[in-house]
Ligand binder design. Structure first.
Ligand SMILES: [Ca+2]
Ligand SMILES: [Ca+2]
Ligand SMILES: [Ca+2]
Length: 489
């Protein structure tokens, strides 16, 4: 019995010796296994071959050609550190011995990988268990912004779970525009800089070599001179940035679309482009004429979504006309319900009619948003409501047990700062960001969705919340995870 065992070993050994003399390509397929796994991962050789044959005229792997490509390949080598081997020393610069099985990253010359002698050495070295490609692994986390842990609402709307369904490629698309009609957006902010929308018709240089954004000419003939990042309807110029002490628009913009970039906060759709339309200047108030022009501007200049965290308790025929225009232009219009604890009406003669909020009852691309608390997930009693008008809720504040951070939602304010504000003004941009994310994903599938379809998806995918009963039509609160799931399925 013992003799038979030895004989079998000899035969096996002879087979191995024979295979080592074959070419590298065929040698790898018959290479000795370690616990059933090929020592030299065939994928590694494939990768080396692919990167070597960049010139299509090269049809052989002759030494001369291979020597020309001196590039190296990143590999992972698994060794048994309990045994000593010079090859392991050379490949891994391993210092500690007798610490069991260890994996090391190592770069190996591609030519070496194809060398039959090297293959043979690897195969016969008992200390080397496997050699395979080095893989770049990614954290299975979707948002990593430094202040994210202070953004309770991001968890409440299930954004991290939603983004797990979004591929890296889809996440890179910057194919949507959110118009923030407010008191200006600070694009110098580190969390908003990369999200600036630029009007292509007012960027670059004109025929005299003067930058179009400051040549005093309406280059794209849209009726607005030098409007390169949006427009300031108060001063009627192209400076759409906020005035001193005006933080509202920048805060709203950050909630919708602050960049996911390791720093600061994260918005719902960090790849949306933001069009800044300043209608307030440094005042708390503005007129309907400015809002109406702003809505038309956004609709005419490529906005997919308009956020209106503003309103007044009165019907206006001209506001309705502007909203109707945006609705017809396939823009999703997201409106804050207001913070007066009132039940909104869709009856234009009622004192509880809200412009533009109540228009959501009549336009299938317009959605009005009330607030819930992201911690308690209960209706925020400061908010306006009304099942005739309000069709969705989203966080407008949080009652964190750690009140050091206040009770508002954390977002961007000018000069690279962050602050907590609460109200339905904060709820609306979360829905605007979700709409933008949904549109972006559909666009990347080659679909240009209707605004009515997006509104429908937002509502259908929202979560039933009993605290919204008799306050929100269908008692629904924003759920970005379910929204994205409904698109992906
Ligand atoms: Ca222009
Ligand atoms: Ca110009
Ligand atoms: Ca950020």
């Amino acid at each position: 019995m013992k003799n038979l065992f030895i004989a079998t070993l000899i035969i096996l050994s002879a087979c191995q010796q024979n295979s080592a003399n074959k070419t590298a390509a065929s040698a790898q397929s018959s290479m000795a296994n370690f616990e059933g796994i090929e020592k030299l991962d065939p994928l590694l050789l494939e990768e080396a071959e692919l990167s070597s044959n960049t010139n299509s005229s090269i049809s052989t792997r002759s030494n001369a050609l291979r020597l020309q490509s001196s590039s190296r390949l990143d590999t992972t080598i698994v060794v048994d550190s309990n045994c000593h081997s010079q090859l392991v020393q050379n490949l891994t610069s391993i210092k500690k011995q007798n610490i069991g099985i260890r994996s090391y990253n190592s770069t190996i010359d591609k030519d070496t990988l194809f060398d039959p002698d090297f293959n043979k050495q690897i195969k016969e070295d008992p200390c080397i268990l496997s050699v395979g490609p080095k893989l770049v692994m990614k954290k299975r986390i979707t948002l990593q912004d430094a202040e994210l842990y202070k953004q309770d609402h991001i968890q409440q709307i299930k954004l991290p779970e939603a983004l797990l369904r979004v591929s890296d490629k889809e996440n890179k698309n910057e194919n949507t525009v959110i118009a923030i009609i407010d008191d200006g957006v600070d694009f110098d902010h580190q969390d908003l800089f990369d999200n600036t929308w630029y009007n292509r018709g007012e960027t670059g240089v004109d025929k005299n070599g003067i930058p179009k954004y400051k040549n005093g000419i309406d280059d794209d003939r849209n009726g607005y001179i030098d409007d390169f990042i949006g427009y300031n309807f108060v001063d009627q110029n192209n400076n759409a940035l906020p005035y001193a002490n005006s933080n509202h628009g920048t805060h709203v913009a950050g909630l919708a679309a602050a960049r996911s970039n390791l720093i600061g906060v994260s918005g719902v759709h960090g790849r949306a482009k933001i069009m800044s339309i300043n209608v307030f200047g440094n005042s708390l108030y503005t007129s309907n004429a400015l809002i109406e022009n702003a809505i038309r501007y956004a609709a005419d200049n490529g906005a997919d979504v308009i956020n209106l965290s503003l309103g007044v308790k009165k019907y206006s025929r001209s506001v309705e006309a502007a909203i109707a225009y945006a609705n017809k232009s396939n823009v999703v219009v997201v409106v804050a319900a207001g913070n007066e604890r009132e039940k909104l009406s869709k009856n234009r003669f009622s004192k509880y009619y809200e412009s533009p909020g109540s228009l959501a009852a009549f336009y299938d691309g317009v959605i009005t948003v009330t607030a819930i608390d992201s911690s308690t997930e209960r209706f925020s009693t400061y908010s306006n409501f009304g099942t005739d008008v309000v069709e969705i809720a989203a966080p407008g504040s949080e009652t964190s047990s750690n009140l050091t951070f206040g009770i508002g939602l954390l977002s961007t304010i000018p000069n690279n700062q962050y602050a907590r504000y609460s109200g339905t003004s904060m709820s609306a941009p979360l829905v605007a960001g979700a709409a933008s994310l949904a549109i972006s994903l559909l666009k990347s599938k080659g679909i240009r969705p209707k605004n009515s379809h997006i509104k429908k998806l937002l509502i259908q995918s929202a979560t039933y919340n009993s605290s919204l009963l008799s306050r929100v039509k269908g008692s629904k609160a924003l759920n970005v995870q379910a929204l994205i799931k409904s698109i992906k399925n």
